[in-house]
Design a binder for this molecule. Structure first.
Ligand code: SAH
Length: 339
């Protein structure tokens, strides 16, 4: 099966109206890339991060891609899909009567262009129609899977996508985690440094707290490596749900709950691992010792190079000694023990 993928480049002001119009005329799927929204998120959310040049690469147009399923060679159906877009009196329809018929793709493109012209009478739509191409169903849904392989995240642990046969992956421990799933897929340096450290320090006696668990990746790795008890905590409820699901998929018994350091359930962890960001690590450092068993370890990561001094000062003030450290690209991770 093929889809006609229609691309429209527009302005931030007109993007919602155009997406709404495309939904009304029966697009099966609409994907919107908004560089302005992306920039705001990166600038305003202290937890977000993107590589240099990513923002610029998005340009200054909102790009909308609408997908229409192809009926027969070169024909697509346009028409309201949902009752909410059908108003028998034509009242309340922002865009007037909607066509409801089978069109050749050329006719469909002309129709979309005419709709864009209508919208341009009351909103600045920018460039407008950019192009059309056919995409195959399987290109969409599955092709990307080909490019993902299992990868070693630490000496003994591999991260495996769910569609690969784990028996074919040569690693002592395997965590099943799909790329694209939210909140930490193991590809980030800050996560892999924590995984490498856990690989060295976990013992069957370890009682572990994964603070800022995200997808649950580090909690699951701790459990796979044999930790006795593991708790996974995140301030974000959605992350907790994802961590719970991933624990289930990996058959790991992990207590997942929403919270932060001040609300965690115990004060006798052997290992607290926190891969968050420098400012948060610095802010919570002084409260970590009260949650650790004597001799326990604080593994902290997510520390960008430029802020490491701030974190090191906070760790020192909290009474920690850094017993080992790692760096990967611009990121640092520390293993600390009370002095
Ligand atoms: N542990 C995962 C995810 C790290 S992303 C990994 O290593 O890949 C950081 C996570 O910390 C996010 O899910 C965020 O919601 C959570 N977080 C941020 N501030 C927090 C805080 N103060 N207490 C607990 N979790 C926090």
């Amino acid at each position: 099966m093929r889809w006609a993928e229609i691309t429209i480049k527009t302005t931030e002001d007109a993007a919602d109206a155009i997406a709404e119009m495309l939904a009304q005329i029966g697009a099966d799927g609409i994907a919107q890339t908004d560089p302005f929204e992306f920039r705001r998120t990166i600038e305003e959310d202290p937890l977000s991060y993107c590589d240099d040049g990513t923002i610029e690469s998005y340009g200054s147009d909102v790009v909308i891609k609408a997908y229409f399923s192809e009926l027969d060679d070169g024909f697509i159906r346009m028409g309201p899909k949902s009752e909410e877009f059908i108003d028998p009196n034509g009242v309340g329809m922002i865009y007037g009567n909607i066509t409801d018929k089978t069109l050749t793709t050329e006719e469909a493109i002309e129709y979309i262009k005419s709709r864009l012209t209508e919208i341009s009478s009351f909103l600045p739509i920018g460039q407008g129609y950019e192009g059309m191409q056919y995409v195959k169903d399987e290109d969409w849904a599955n092709n990307w899977k080909k490019y993902y392989k299992a990868f070693k995240i630490s000496e003994r642990v591999a991260v495996c996508p769910s569609w690969l046969d784990p028996d074919e992956i040569d690693s002592e421990f395997k965590i099943i985690l799909d790329p694209g799933s939210a909140f930490g897929t193991g590809t980030h340096e800050t996560t892999s440094m924590c995984a490498e450290i856990l690989d060295e320090v976990i013992t069957p006696d370890s009682k572990v707290l994964d603070l800022g668990t995200g997808s649950g990746i580090l909690a699951i790795i701790a459990k796979l490596l044999g930790a006795g008890e593991v708790e996974a905590v995140d301030i974000d409820k959605l992350a907790v749900d994802v961590a719970e699901e991933n624990s289930r998929i990996n058959k790991c018994e992990i207590e997942c709950y929403q919270g932060e350091l001040s609300t965690v359930r115990c004060s006798d962890y052997d290992i607290i691992v926190a891969n968050i960001i420098a400012d948060i690590i610095a802010a919570i450092a002084c409260d970590v010792p009260a949650r650790l068993k004597p001799g326990g370890l604080f593994v902290c990561s997510g520390i960008i190079n430029t802020k490491k001094d701030r974190v090191l000062e906070a760790l020192d003030r909290a009474g920690f000694e850094v017993i080992s450290s790692r760096t990967k690209n611009d990121w640092c991770a520390y293993v600390c023990k009370m002095k």
